[in-house]
Design a protein around this ligand. Structure first.
Ligand code: GTP
Length: 302
């Protein structure tokens, strides 16, 4: 059974990348979605028809490692030919996820494909500064690196970023084009062209400094919000008055339709969506003032 891990920090583009690859991987593919938050949003974003196992409310690299290994072993027992795509939470350590796969694989005949990391080049400098080795674990342990939001950097800035990333992990193959514009066939061809030397995982065992400990909250919206109100929430998140919000996603019902919210401090989009099962947003960050966030949302939805 082949296993592919698609890692990357919060909002880097993991689910988008996974959805490009899926049509190329044949029918016997299973996705394992790991969400740090207590509500699983990404399982609903995976292409229709693909079985998804959800492991949420923690990370498969630490608190949920045992559940994760069991899920892998179960899949291996059910059908040996399957491929598994794993999307760890954006705040997981790739070294530990890969080790958990390796340990499960020793018992269940699992073959680990090149480890993929997606890096948002516009967020790289700031995230590296804030989260240090914890953040760099994903980059240092990647076999293949895809860069997102490259269209937002000048050529000169992009080549500086690429060089920095290369220096951090000289063995990784870096895909130099804008992968978001490519189809899955091309991305898979690149992945297959990567020649793997023996893989040695780098364990920094980096913990986040206490003041940066991540937490999450699900904000349920009981009524209808307007797009204007959603933009006002986002302006408040950006102001830092509720703590540091690093990621928000989910679907909010409006009077006429529903709006998918996709937020990081560097980019956000609001787009039309189908009515959701859960009318609300998952927020991940640190120093979150959860009470004030919930009160603000309640006050504004009617
Ligand atoms: N313009 C642009 N948008 C991108 C790029 N990469 C990702 N996105 C967008 O970024 C948003 C977040 O992408 P996701 O695929 O949900 O990111 P993720 O890493 O799965 O997010 P989490 O699992 O929540 O950490 C989506 O709206 C993507 O379309 C890129 O290179 N360029």
């Amino acid at each position: 059974m082949k296993v592919r891990i698609i890692s990357g920090f919060l909002g880097a583009g993991k689910t988008t990348f996974l959805n490009k690859l899926l049509p190329e991987l044949g029918e016997q593919t299973v996705v394992i979605e790991n969400e740090f938050g207590e509500v699983s949003i990404d399982s609903g974003r995976v292409k229709d028809g693909i079985p998804v196992r959800e492991i949420y409310a923690g990370c498969i690299c630490c608190s949920l490692a045992a559940d994760f290994q069991q899920a892998l072993k179960d899949i291996a027992v059910e059908q040996k030919e399957q491929q598994v795509l794993i999307e760890p939470s954006g705040v997981g350590r790739l070294s530990d996820v890969a080790k958990a796969c390796k340990d499960a694989g020793n018992q269940a005949g699992i073959e680990i494909e090149p480890l993929i990391t997606i890096v948002d080049v516009t967020a790289f400098e700031e995230d590296r500064k804030q989260f240090g080795q914890f953040y760099l674990d994903q980059i240092k342990n990647a076999d293949v690196i895809f860069l997102s939001y490259i269209e937002e950097l000048s050529e000169a800035d992009l080549s500086v970023r690429m060089e920095e990333i290369h220096m951090l992990n000289p063995k990784a193959a870096i895909y130099k084009e804008n992968w978001i514009e490519k189809d899955g066939r091309e991305l898979l061809a690149f992945l297959k062209s990567v020649k793997l030397e023996s893989r040695k995982l780098f364990f920094s065992h980096a913990e986040l400094p206490e003041e940066h400990s991540f937490s999450s909250v699900f904000l349920e919206s009981n009524g209808h919000a307007s797009e204007k109100e959603i933009r006002q929430w986002i302006a408040k998140w950006d102001s830092g008055c509720y703590g540091t919000i690093l990621r928000a996603k989910g679907i909010i019902l409006t009077e006429k339709t529903a709006v998918a919210v996709d937020y990081t401090p560097y980019h956000y989009t609001l787009s039309a969506a189908e009515a959701p099962e859960e009318n609300g947003l998952v927020l991940i960050g640190y120093h979150l003032d959860k009470k004030a966030l919930a009160a603000d949302m309640e006050r504004r939805t009617s």
